[in-house]
Design a binder for this molecule. Sequence first.
Ligand code: IPM
Ligand code: MN
Length: 357
Amino acid sequence: MNATIVLLPGDGIGPEVVAQAELVLKRIAEKFGHSFSFTSHDIGGIAIDKTGNPLPDETLAACRAADAILLGAVGGPKWDDPNASTRPEVGLLKIRKELGLFANLRPIKANAALVDASPLKRQIVENVDILFIRELTGGLYFGKATKLTNDDGSETAINEMIYSTHEVERVVRVAADAAMKRNKRLVSVDKANVLEVSRLWRKTATRVIEKEYPEIKLEHILVDAMAMHLISRPGTFDVVVTENLFGDILTDEGSMLPGSMGLLPSAALSSSGPGLYEPIHGSAPDIAGKGIANPLATILASAMLLRHSLSLETEAAAIEAAVDGVLANGHRTKDIAAGGPSVSTTEMGQFVLDALA
Ligand code: IPM
Ligand code: MN
């Protein structure tokens, strides 16, 4: 198969981890007889530095023309000035919106070799296998934002949380389709005891599942309770669907279950067009340039890319098996080494390449 893959390394450790994932994709192409072409473009802080725009037109055009996009991370203290005219994160939000990437798949799975790296007890996390589906182009993130100066000189800021029926329907369908391939259990998270938006969300989710997916067992959980259940009984969840901000928060919480954020990939999908794949972790400016970042989340994101955008299931599974093997052999980057001996970013990448040889 021929495929065009756009790389958006971004800021901080982004370039370091994307470089390793690129090598892995090249190895896969070689091994399975595919032809992948790669082009690299700027997004986030580095794009602001070069062009003043966190998502240059040239980057967006390349993404639209691609079969899939692999992103590192955006942001860092250099661009954190609250008075700056734009921010790296704006580039990420804009690409999500422009490409219609409404469904964000964030699988959270315990790795047998690493359960003891989790801050939670082994018996709580050892069976964790959750697929979070976070709505990614609606809600507070994209509602109207207003800033007012009051008569007394104080300020008021307003963010609108907004969802319409079809936005809830389409993301619930993505979650339900995934649940049908898993254990047919779906949890929808909302705050329907307080928010009008959540009552619409709950009503819509209930209708879609009852009408279109009668086999699925749907449960509604309030977001505050979910934050608690995620720690007390994470092993009981299958597929979880929720709106944008709740999903942002809960998936960061969930990312600690397997031990390190450095292990978790994600996929942002639209109804047609290229998907965007990235590690869940951020740009980690504190360790950027030191060569110690964990490349495995980005490598696993490249496996999701092969699976969801190129329908290359065997190839995706080969990468996942290689990563499992490397971890089972005891190789650890600093974030998962628990103070023990650790390997560098490039060494970890090389272990995965070797496992794919
Ligand atoms: C994420 C990140 C982004 C978000 C930031 C960087 C805008 O935290 O992908 O979870 O809030 O969506
Ligand atoms: Mn986040």
